[in-house]
Design a protein around this ligand. Structure first.
Ligand SMILES: Nc1ncnc2c1ncn2[C@@H]1O[C@H](COP(=O)(O)OP(=O)(O)OP(=O)(O)O)[C@@H](O)[C@H]1O
Ligand SMILES: [Mg+2]
Length: 290
């Protein structure tokens, strides 16, 4: 299935536990100073799948993720529709959006320190976050935190809870950021360049972890990355963005081997020969290498 621009996929694809974006527009400013960032995006992000989001710098990948999480900067003028499990998110009050943000829909970033407070122990931030959303007891929250740290393969979760972010390596910190994102059982996880700041062996571990979380927990994952090689090894479908539009979206195999849009073709042609050879093979390396 290749969905090119202009084809609506929202009517056919399942959206239970996932997100259906249609006609999403985003702009900043007014009149002459108006800047259009997203120009009518249609994208279905199904549960239990990794949806890869590729495209040049400035094409709007991060803004799309932030829009889904309700985390856009002030002054953002958003139009169209973002439906999560049958609920329209655009236009929700801050109070209602807070029920989804960080709970049902979570986001992790390139720099894990962006998701974690430097002055708080891991325990404080994982637990406070959970208690805020769930109203759980401290004890129940701590149990959940230990469980999530174990799930993302952080060694010695009990000791980890007592530490501060600076006491971990980048790879371990990204695992902790993922654990934090998982605390409230999100249905949707947006991972914006989650491995770009990490070295190659650590990257493979984090990517395998994302695949496992998607498969085992049925989470809808959006994986934003510049690396088409990574995308083709890990994503189920690949959406290609350019200048605020999705120019192509389809099964990863089809997008890589038979791209429909000239821009996608140029991205694939620009890959080094060795990378093209490794496309469509699973990311190698141990999940716990970090
Ligand atoms: N606060 C803001 N106000 C206005 N425009 C912004 C703001 N933040 C980003 N932009 C613009 O939005 C556009 C899309 O940016 P976005 O960060 O989504 O791109 P991206 O595809 O994630 O790029 P990259 O691959 O470099 O991360 C860019 O033109 C950027 O300059
Ligand atoms: Mg970005």
């Amino acid at each position: 299935m290749t969905i090119t621009k202009g084809t609506t996929v929202t009517e056919t694809a399942p959206t239970t536990g996932g997100v259906a974006i249609s006609g999403l527009t985003l702009g900043f400013g007014r009149g002459e100073a108006r800047k259009e960032i997203l120009r009518g995006i249609d994208l279905v992000i199904p549960a239990g799948e990794i949806t890869g989001l590729a495209g040049e710098s400035g094409s709007g990948k991060t803004m799309t993720g932030l829009a889904v999480c309700g985390l856009l900067p002030a002054g953002a003028d958003l139009g169209g529709s973002i439906r999560f499990d049958g609920t329209e998110l655009i236009g929700l009050s801050q109070r209602r959006m807070n029920r989804y943000r960080g709970a049902k829909i979570a986001m992790i970033f390139q720099d894990p320190t962006a998701s974690l407070h430097p002055m708080l122990t891991i325990e404080a931030q994982l637990i406070d976050h959970y208690r805020y959303h769930r109203g759980a007891s401290k004890r129940a929250a701590r149990t959940r935190a230990l469980e999530m740290l174990g799930l993302v393969a952080v060694p010695d979760p009990r000791a980890a809870l007592r530490k501060y972010p600076h006491q971990f390596s980048g790879g371990q910190l990204q695992r902790i950021a993922i654990a934090s994102a998982l605390m409230c059982e999100p249905s949707v996880l947006i991972a914006d360049e989650p491995t770009t700041a990490l070295d190659v062996t650590v990257q493979a571990g984090i990517l395998r972890l994302l695949r496992r979380l998607c498969d085992e927990l049925g989470i809808a994952i959006v994986l934003v990355t510049h690396d088409l090689g990574v995308m083709s090894a890990l994503a189920d479908t690949i959406a290609v963005m350019r200048m605020g539009e999705i120019v192509e979206h389809g099964d990863r195999h089809q997008v890589i081997t038979a791209p429909q849009h000239p821009y996608t073709k140029s991205l694939i042609d620009a890959l080094p020969e060795t990378d093209t050879g490794s496309l469509l093979h699973d990311a190698s390396g141990s999940e716990t290498a970090a």
